[in-house]
Design a protein around this ligand. Structure first.
Ligand code: DGT
Ligand code: CA
Ligand code: CA
Length: 585
């Protein structure tokens, strides 16, 4: 494990916290805190200093004893003093320190006088009104702790991106209406366009932070104020979603936006890059010694460590920094690159609009082709199509295509993949279509091997063009199936099949990392709305978000092809299959 200054600072800070909870001599506590700050602010990397035989005591606040500890940490990756302090306290007590408003001194009071050893016990004590009896804690503090915990204990819940993004947009508009607000921007996972969001982070630049936090907590949708300080505040919205606000000076806008956009792993990597150049990178700017050399824009922050600006979607420390270094960042696909949509439903199964309404709505959205892929008969509750009804729909599509201009309907089906991997309609029917999307709608919890084999068998079917939403997950309500996606991707590659990235906000299936795996194996991804209504055609944008997180470029996306380019791609797979099917006995 390579130790960096930040790791040492973290260890020293934790030591100081633990010493303070135990009621240690304040001077000793302060010595560790000072050392932590000094090491984290030092432009010299202690690991390098040790390697070069430099004297650690040239770092302010570091004496013989601390220098020895630093050497020990760098050499072994751990610190015996920290280990022994941790062993003396129940580990849940340390978690109490992370509750806003609780410093080590207060944690010690709670621990010693109320025997509170965990967040759960803290919540209970607050709910029972025992906390405000302690010296230095009033009823307000107690209420504050309770509100905070209730928000926090709910924190494992993650929200669909679309839900959080809609809530955030309204709140941004509310904040932007205040004249004191200069810029207002969503940061965190929301800005990185993650498929799920733990909480919303908002960054504002203003010379009047107090006015901004005032307006923030007064927002109509706020159900509780969890924390409030001069330049920051956290609230819970109705329904529980938490929002963190930070107000900064315009001069540090870029540095703060970079920091609060994250991800944490990306930030750590940037900071280390800075450290190697003798720079300190934090939310206030990029510093050489005490001089700020960058921070007003994100571009300036990245430039200071020798990098081009990196799109927020990529900031996960999954190779984007290395790619940026060698000018190999992808040119990410955009919504306007999409030329069509290859998965939609109509009134014929469980959609809510007619063929013609869907076609016109797609054209209005700038698409030039739309595949109609209603369900197959097995899904009785969706009124799925049998061979006869499918043949009728094919006739209707031919008629409509003869009348419509500017949009072409493609004939398809979302055919059910049965439990054993067979498809729900005979090949003679499927072979008449422009494309066949296979999808699983039952038996989501087969063991990994059987689930994978089931999909591989479906991909081997002569008419199969594309695999829909493979994992079957529904964010917040159904876990993904257990599937070996690498084998699926290899099979798709071998068979010339495509993978769907289903853009419904509760699906977003493929995940970002599977998109990237598909790209790496040369399997084209189709970003499909799976629209069951005209309005749901707009789901495409969520799919594009996810594709961008998966590093996909225009060339990696099937429906970024023009219809003229698409037809041979679909036909090639269909033709070879038809031949194969007629050859097989
Ligand atoms: P979420 O809310 O779980 O969906 O994910 P994020 O990434 O929005 O995380 P959040 O809200 O805890 O923090 C927002 C950003 O602030 C995060 O992406 C990076 C930055 N940040 C937060 N805590 C730390 C930290 O301890 N160290 C560093 N380097 N950055 C942090
Ligand atoms: Ca967040
Ligand atoms: Ca946050």
């Amino acid at each position: 494990m390579l130790i960096h200054n930040a790791d040492i600072a973290e260890i020293f800070n934790e030591i100081a916290d633990l010493l303070e909870i135990q009621g240690e001599n304040p001077f000793r506590v302060r010595a560790y805190r000072n050392a932590a700050r000094s090491v984290s602010e030092s432009s010299k990397n202690v690991r390098t200093m040790i390697a070069e035989g430099a004297d650690l005591k040239t770092i302010p606040a570091i004496g013989d004893d601390l220098a020895l500890k630093i050497r020990e940490i760098v050499a072994t990756g751990s610190c015996p003093l920290l280990a022994s302090l941790r062993a003396q306290l129940p580990s849940a007590v340390v978690a109490l320190l992370r509750v806003p408003g609780l410093g080590p001194k207060r944690v010690r009071q709670l621990y010693e006088q109320l025997h509170v050893q965990s967040l759960e016990q803290l919540e209970q004590a607050a709910a029972e009104g025992r906390i405000h009896t302690l010296r230095g804690f009033g009823p307000l503090t107690e209420a504050h702790i309770l509100a905070n915990l209730r928000g926090r204990l709910d924190k494992s819940h993650r929200y669909q991106f679309a839900q959080a993004s809609q809530r955030a947009e309204a709140l941004l508009v509310w904040l932007a209406a205040l004249p004191d607000v200069e810029r207002v921007e969503a940061a965190g996972s929301l800005r990185r366009l993650r498929d799920t969001v733990g909480d919303i982070d908002i960054l504002v630049t203003s010379r009047e932070p107090a006015a901004v936090t005032q307006r923030f907590v007064a927002y109509d949708d706020v159900s509780a104020v969890l924390a409030r300080g001069p330049t920051r505040a956290s609230v819970a919205l109705r329904g529980g979603l938490q929002v963190d606000l930070r107000v900064v000076e315009p001069e540090c806008y870029g540095a703060a936006l970079t920091y609060f956009t994250g991800s944490k792993a990306h930030n750590v990597a940037l900071r280390r890059l800075g450290q190697e150049l003798g720079l300190k990178v934090n939310e206030y700017g990029v510093f050489r010694g005490k001089t700020c050399i960058a921070g007003e824009t994100e571009e300036s922050v990245y430039a200071s460590v020798g990098l081009p600006w990196i799109a927020p979607e990529l900031r996960e420390d999954r190779g984007e920094i290395e790619a940026a270094r060698v000018a190999a960042l992808p040119t990410l696909v955009t919504r306007s690159d999409l030329r069509g949509d290859l998965h939609t439903h109509t009134l014929a199964s469980d959609g809510r609009a007619s063929l013609c309404e869907m076609a016109l709505a797609a054209r209005e959205r700038g698409l030039s082709y739309l595949a109609v892929t209603d369900h197959s008969k097995r899904l009785a509750m969706t009124h799925g199509l049998d061979a006869t009804r499918l043949a009728a729909q094919i006739g209707e599509i031919d008629q409509l295509n003869a009348q419509l201009t500017g949009i072409t309907l493609l004939k398809g089906i979302e055919v059910d993949i049965l439990e054993d991997g067979r498809l729900d309609l005979p090949n003679a029917v499927l072979a008449r279509l422009d494309l066949v999307i296979g999808a699983i709608h039952s038996h989501f919890d087969l063991p990994r091997e059987r689930q994978t084999e089931r999909i591989l068998r479906a991909l081997d079917h002569p008419s199969m063009t594309m695999l829909a939403h493979p994992s079957g997950r529904l964010i917040g309500s159904r876990e993904p199936s257990d599937i070996d996606m690498l084998r699926v991707i290899r099979k798709a590659r071998e068979r010339g099949c495509f993978l769907e990235l289903n853009a419904q906000p509760e699906r977003l299936d493929l995940t970002d990392t599977v998109c990237r795996m598909a790209k790496d194996h040369g399997v084209l991804v189709s970003i499909n709305s799976d629209a069951h209504s005209v309005a749901q055609l707009d789901n495409l944008r969520y799919g594009v978000n996810q594709a961008r997180r998966g590093w996909l470029e225009k060339a990696d996306v099937l429906n970024a092809r023009s219809l003229a380019q698409l037809r041979p791609l679909l036909a090639r797979t269909m033709r070879s299959r038809v031949r194969e099917a007629s050859e097989s006995p």
